[in-house]
Design a protein around this ligand. Structure first.
Ligand code: VG1
Ligand code: CO
Length: 545
């Protein structure tokens, strides 16, 4: 095998965000851009030398080219063996599963997750460590430092590898196995859930479902698991063929972007009783019933309250965690059943230590993400199976399960307002302004709400004591309402301000308000405190979830 040294000049913008490096495709297409970042990963991951690596992506534009480049660079670096998904496809949860199952030293995932794809869309790359989870900040910081000074990278000289069928091959001494992306993941799901019980619910005709794969990576997984494995109704999976541009859509499973699914579920009594969708790389989930939306924060709370009813979690759960902006619905459940509830910064990487240290079994984020200790990533199909199994056990609708939950624990009205593509300087100034006045907000009253605490969230990891600062401005009110402000770490254009608003209502007679109405006064307070209109010149958010 001939290894070529290629001289390069460093880029100054390869800083990974909340979940890997995300840029416009055109940025990744610049000569050396992808290679520089991949070499920076390898230079900081000597554990890959002589070991196994997992490689795959969500199938978006540039996925296949990137797989070829990375295989050649991995061979040059001295990786011993690579498992790569057929056609370069692997969902994020499947990569996590494969790393753990095969004791791989790490994995590379090609995805910009819920960001649009295609030639004019986004591309992304992230590195996962041996526990199957996203690399910690210490690693991504080191990669960024390397990328700023890199002057050469190495590539094996060889032809492209055929990815369109399963087979074994090699580049020099490095073995390559092109594998079925679904098999190992589907087998793991079979251990966690009662497939027989779910199957009999479908065959009895009492339940039908619709899963929207949004032309992203979960199509093949959903077909194998829901249609074949569970014999779900015909048409159970829609938009099931992965496309490089996701059919021109935005593979983000929420009410704004999964319109087709929402229309199907709202079509009256003949509509399927259960609806779900996942994102570009298969780690997010949205759960809906007929004319009924389950807020992801509520979903985590409902999972926590009911996990013991499902085979994979019959021993009960040892603890839970949620990200800062996720509503405190799960906290109420944790308190009631006497388990610890951790509050972490945004991003799945902060759950890894808690899971590895057996402090938590379940974790989740408001951004349509939930997962458990079965892998180290959030997991869209897993969440759908969890709900299907729960419906099969309880013999209740999505709406009934959720309403019963609210009755028992109270309801957390919750919304997120996103202001996209704001000028970065304006966004930074706005956050700094809130940071500056945080201390003085305590005790102040806004309408019917008095501020109990306002600070810039800082997290000390209880396992390795690492400290992560400036994770969002949070305002806690004396009636348990909360507002959180933070800037997105996944966008590729300017800055995105996220405003998270929640209000706790115990009284079941007041659980039927439209969400935006129930939160109207707090939304107004949020705008006032952050001075959103004055500073950004925006009258309303771009996306409300
Ligand atoms: C967003 C979400 C965050 C999630 C991250 C990655 O990050 O808010 O909860 O972990 O995306 O999800 P940010 O920094 O833009 O708010 V995924 O499905 O894009 O890997
Ligand atoms: Co994702």
């Amino acid at each position: 095998m001939n290894i070529i040294n290629i001289s390069t000049t460093p880029f100054d913008d390869q800083k990974p965000g909340t979940s890997g490096l995300r840029k416009k495709v055109s940025v990744f297409q610049q000569p050396h851009y992808l290679e520089n970042f991949v070499q920076s990963i390898f230079d900081n991951a000597p554990q890959l030398k002589g070991e196994l690596m997992v490689l795959g992506g969500d199938g978006r534009f540039y996925n296949k080219q990137a797989v070829q480049t990375i295989l050649k660079m991995a061979a040059a670096y001295g990786v011993k063996r690579v498992l790569v998904g057929e056609n370069g496809l692997l969902s994020t949860p499947a990569v996590s599963c494969l790393i753990r199952k095969n004791s791989a030293a790490g994995g590379i995932i090609l995805s910009a997750s819920h960001n649009p794809g295609g030639e004019n869309g986004d591309f992304g790359i992230k590195f996962n460590i041996a526990n199957g989870g996203p690399a910690p900040t210490s690693f991504t910081d080191a990669v960024f430092e390397t990328s700023k000074v890199l002057t050469e990278y190495q590539v094996a000289e060889c032809d492209d590898i055929a990815l369109d069928h399963q087979h074994k091959t090699h580049i020099g001494d490095m073995k390559i196995e092109v594998i079925d992306p679904v098999t190992d993941y589907a087998e793991l799901m079979g251990h966690l859930f009662d497939f027989d019980k779910i199957r009999s619910l479908f065959s009895s005709g009492l339940l039908s479902m619709c899963f929207d794969a949004m032309h992203a990576v979960t199509g093949p997984y959903a077909k194998a698991i829901f249609e074949k494995g569970l014999s779900a109704n015909n048409g159970a999976v829609i938009n099931g063929i992965p496309l490089e541009d996701f059919g021109g859509g935005h593979p983000d499973p929420n009410l704004a972007h999964a319109e087709e699914l929402v229309d199907i579920l709202n079509a009256g009594p003949s509509a399927p009783q259960f609806g779900a969708a996942s994102d570009g790389d298969g780690d997010r989930n949205m759960i809906i019933g007929q004319d009924f939306f389950v807020n992801p924060s509520d979903s985590l709370a409902i999972m926590t309250a009911n996990a013991h009813l499902l085979p994979g979690y019959s021993q009960g759960i040892c603890g839970v965690a949620r990200s800062l902006p996720t509503s405190r619905a799960v906290d109420k459940v944790a308190q009631a059943i006497g388990i610890e509830c951790y509050e972490t910064p945004t991003g799945w990487k902060y759950f890894g230590n808690l899971l590895d240290d057996n402090r938590i079994t379940l974790c989740g984020e408001e951004s349509f993400g939930s997962g458990s200790d079965h892998i180290r990533e959030k997991d869209g199909i897993w969440a759908v199976l969890f709900w299907l199994n729960l419906i099969a056990v309880k013999q209740q609708s999505v709406e009934q399960i959720t309403r019963d939950h609210w009755k028992q624990f109270g309801r957390h009205y919750y919304t997120r307002h996103d202001y996209e593509a704001i000028d970065s300087t304006i966004a930074d100034d706005m956050m700094q302004n809130m940071r500056d006045k945080a201390g003085s907000l305590s005790g102040q009253t806004f309408g019917g709400y008095t501020v109990q605490l306002c600070d810039d969230f800082s997290y000390t990891d209880p396992v390795d004591n690492s400290i992560t600062e400036h994770q969002g401005i949070r305002i806690l009110f004396d009636d348990e309402s909360r507002i959180v402000f933070r800037l997105s770490g996944t966008g590729t254009e300017g800055a995105t301000l996220r405003v998270y608003i929640e209000r706790y209502v115990m009284d079941a007679d007041k659980h039927d308000l439209p969400t935006q109405e129930a939160l109207a006064e707090l939304i107004e307070i949020a705008n006032q405190v952050a001075e959103i209109q004055q500073r950004c010149g925006r009258e309303k958010p771009d996306v409300i979830t």
